[in-house]
Design a binder for this molecule. Sequence first.
Ligand code: ZN
Length: 275
Amino acid sequence: MAVPDRQKLAINQATTMKQWSLQEAIEGYAARDIRGISVWRNKLAECGVTEAATILSDHGMDVTGLCRGGLFPANDDAGRQAALDDNRRAVDEAAVIGAECLVMVCGGLPDGSKDMIDARKQVADGLAEMLPYAIDAGVPVAIEPLHPMTAADRACVNTLEHALDLCDTLGEGTGVAVDCYHVWWDPKLEQQIARAGDRILGFHVCDWLVPTIDLVWDRGMMGDGVIDIPRIRGWVEAAGYRGYNEVEIFSEHNWWKLDPVKVIDTCIERYDQFV
Ligand code: ZN
């Protein structure tokens, strides 16, 4: 693989979540000539949505995604309705900041449930119900399959194949986010990325550490683990993807404890070699 285009480096705000506010992240990334950012709703709320839109555009930032919508399954109608209402608010926020997509973490089993089949049905139903609102707002919905170890508590959509089956059913306005951390192990990955084609709305990179000490909060910096990111990027680009390569690192034990400037400099250094 040729080295990745430096202009296509984006940072997911989660990478400096513990150190920087949204404004600080925008300024810090822009200072290193990074022009893409994915924004988290809790940080967006702290900043104020319209204020954030101004700061983003003042710094010439492309918003690769808003994290996150989804979390559909619930035990009762009130819970399901609350999830739908929250998804509509997320769509509104994504529209105001010009996010290229709303990233969906679909949700796992409701409290006390063992019914994975029903949880997956609730996800499909929830997506179908919120989709017209997203289409009206011009916000593409990016279904992100999550690693199967998170099926109970985060997302019961666990493979790219399952995410694309949902896209096939839902149609216009939907696509997928391909996050290396969640899908690198999948024997059908190459085939399903090819199937996705122009429905790839985001490409997220980081590394899988061996051993890993936490399934969610111990993501590695590119180059520190076992994921062949350039190979996966090659598949994504062969499918027609021309968007940003977005670094997304949740790291309770390491990167979140370091000087964020150093974290971003490391992302840039590693990008050429390991993305
Ligand atoms: Zn991701």
